[in-house]
Design a protein around this ligand. Structure first.
Ligand code: DGT
Ligand code: CA
Ligand code: CA
Ligand code: ZN
Length: 587
């Protein structure tokens, strides 16, 4: 058992004893022993093995035998019994700001409260306010705390986590005591939803970095703070963990805390197969858990750790144990797409349907961002809730787009709008516009916007029928999912991908962070079938152009390269591909 876990258990024992009503000296002894253990400079195992625990200030006989039991057996009977003497759930009440052991004890003994639901109920019926030492104000604060906990215990969209994390990372970068810093965890792996944000910093002054972190503006509350780590809740209710390590440990800690857990397990096994041990502190020439610097195989970067384990460098996005080891061993990892290789988006809306901006504003904005092209694919008539265009209005939009492009040409600008439509796939798989209109559009995206209750077989058939229409370039947001909000409708992905492989139809990676649809787990299969991806913003506002970067992160998780993604092509080449897609089937 590592020392952090030992420290955690000791401090939990302190809290449990306080809940029991034990004398404060005893409870404090556990809290301070926990801090001592956490900041040990020597390996705890070594101290135990050499029976030198007693030489440490504040560790008396009783603590000594408990720590020894924990380290050597991984368990502690005293702790297990103590924990079992409380009802389950009681401890979690301590997570509410303002509720310490004393108050939790009173709630339990006077009102029999053991969980959040009972606590909420008792606050609502004003019973908590009547308890000694509580009052109306405390009661209101508890209710607030329960609500708040519900929010921050939840998961978050990638863009929310990124925009919370990036300013903090910037602060670390310019802090004099910070040597290296990075995000880690699911955020660094570019997962579609994020539990908490993880920061890793290397420094010679960990305490100063931790103090700086917990004092940053935008931090709502501090859930835990130690010498080398802290957990906080950020403004949007997102939880964030910081760990500070020495610079020598940094690459190892970065690899460890980037995860995923599944990936880490394989890495550790590979180390063991080579007579090494890999953990968050280093890679060691040893046959058992250690962090002895004398045994360290020094690695200055993550790249060197992979090298030591005979692997090509595995990008964080691929670290899911989804085949990356076999590929890295064979030197066959793909060169993943970079978001800067994207040249525009082929599914976007304007104020002609439910977008916010005029065509002129879109041109100005996207030109300013350095895009080469931007397809205008407003909704079709059946999407009346989104002000879908009638064929007549679409015809006049085509004219306007052409006029704008004509003007751009005259001005010597190389940027172009592309004419297009996000045409509804009707319940039976027919499209909302006739072919003689579709043929006049440069870009056609076909998407489902209604009839979500169909069976998997019906929806699959519907999508395949749309893919078979020669005028359709791309299937849009395949499952209609809204992450953390709406479940995907059921689709047989493999059947749809196979159909697209047959017709040469592309599939969208919708880069809206609520969608990220089609899911990254399926791109590897699609790519093997030769199906091309289009990373689309589905922009309804100018800011949505930024989704391209998020979408590229998800595409990287799906193993995609520049060559797999259509909108990395320069305009001239793109126009050829758009035409070829049709020409292959239409004479
Ligand atoms: P999240 O926060 O739920 O979105 O997902 P992660 O992957 O960020 O998970 P988190 O924050 O609990 O931990 C960050 C990384 O630390 C995780 O990806 C792998 C590593 N890690 C944490 N706990 C363990 C563990 O018990 N075993 C191993 N092998 N790795 C762990
Ligand atoms: Ca995390
Ligand atoms: Ca974490
Ligand atoms: Zn749509």
């Amino acid at each position: 058992m590592n020392k952090d876990r030992v420290a955690e258990i000791l401090s939990e024992i302190g809290v449990l004893l306080e809940l029991k009503g034990e004398n404060p000296f005893k409870t404090r002894a556990y809290a301070s022993a926990a801090r001592t253990i956490e900041s040990l400079s020597e390996p705890l195992e070594k101290l135990v093995a050499e029976e030198r625990l007693g030489t440490i200030k504040g560790i008396g006989d009783a603590l000594q035998s408990k720590i020894t039991e924990l380290v050597s057996t991984g368990k502690l009977a005293y702790y297990d019994n103590l924990k079992a003497s409380f009802p389950e759930g009681l401890l979690s009440l301590l997570q509410i700001p303002g509720l310490g052991p004393k108050k939790v004890k009173a709630l339990y003994e006077k009102l029999g409260i053991t969980n959040f639901d009972q606590l909420t109920e008792s606050c609502r019926s004003n019973k908590v306010a009547e308890l000694d030492g509580f009052g109306e104000k405390t009661q209101a604060k508890i209710l607030e705390g329960i609500e708040f906990r519900k929010t921050y215990a939840s998961r978050h969209h990638l863009h929310a986590a990124l925009s919370a994390a990036e300013p903090i990372l910037d602060q670390f970068r310019s802090h004099p005591d910070v040597i290296r810093c990075s995000t880690a965890g699911s955020l660094r792996r570019s997962k579609e939803v994020i539990g908490d944000i993880d920061f890793l910093v290397s420094s010679k002054q960990p305490a100063s970095v931790v103090d700086f972190f917990v004092e940053l503006p935008g931090i709502m509350s501090v859930s835990a703070k130690g010498e080398t780590k802290a957990s906080v809740v950020l403004g949007d209710g997102i939880q964030a963990d910081l760990r500070v390590v020495s610079d020598r440990e940094f690459p190892f800690a970065l690899a460890y805390f980037t995860g995923s857990k599944e990936h880490n397990i394989v890495m550790r096994q590979r180390a063991i197969q080579r007579g090494l041990r890999l953990n968050e502190y280093g890679l060691f020439r040893a046959n058992e858990e250690t962090r002895d610097p004398a045994l360290l195989v020094p690695c200055a970067t993550e790249e060197e750790i992979f090298q030591q384990l005979n692997l090509e460098y595995i990008a964080p996005e691929l670290r899911e144990d989804h085949g990356e080891f076999a590929a890295a061993e064979a030197g066959k990892l793909p060169r993943l797409i970079e978001w800067t290789e994207l040249r525009g988006s082929l599914h976007n809306h304007s104020n002609w349907s439910d977008g916010q901006n005029t065509l002129d504003d879109i041109v100005t904005h996207m030109t300013g961002l350095g895009c080469e092209y931007w397809a205008i694919t407003d909704h079709s008539k059946s999407s009346f809730q989104a002000h879908g265009l009638t064929p007549e209005r679409l015809r006049s939009q085509i004219k306007e787009v052409r006029a704008i492009n004509h003007r751009l040409e005259g001005e010597g600008s190389s940027f172009r709008l592309l004419t297009g439509s996000e045409v509804d796939i009707l319940s039976d798989g027919r499209l909302d516009f006739d072919d003689d209109l579709l043929v006049d559009l440069e870009v056609v995206v076909a998407s489902i916007h209604q009839g979500f209750t169909q069976s998997e077989a019906e929806t699959t058939k519907r999508l395949i029928r749309a893919a078979e229409n020669p005028f359709v370039h791309t299937l849009g947001h395949l499952t209609g999912r809204l992450l953390l909000e709406r479940e995907p409708y059921k689709v047989n992905h493999h059947a749809v991908i196979d159909a697209c492989a047959g017709t040469g139809t592309w599939i969208e990676l919708n880069a809206n962070p609520y969608r990220f649809d089609m899911d990254w787990r399926l791109w590897h299969y699609a790519k093997d079938k030769g199906v091309k991806c289009v990373i689309n913003c589905d922009a309804h506002r100018q800011e949505h152009a930024g989704f391209l970067r998020l979408g590229a992160g998800i595409a990287r998780k799906g193993w995609l390269t520049k060559a797999d993604v259509i909108n990395t092509l320069p305009l001239a080449r793109l126009r050829i591909e758009l035409a070829l897609k049709r020409g292959a089937r239409v004479k």
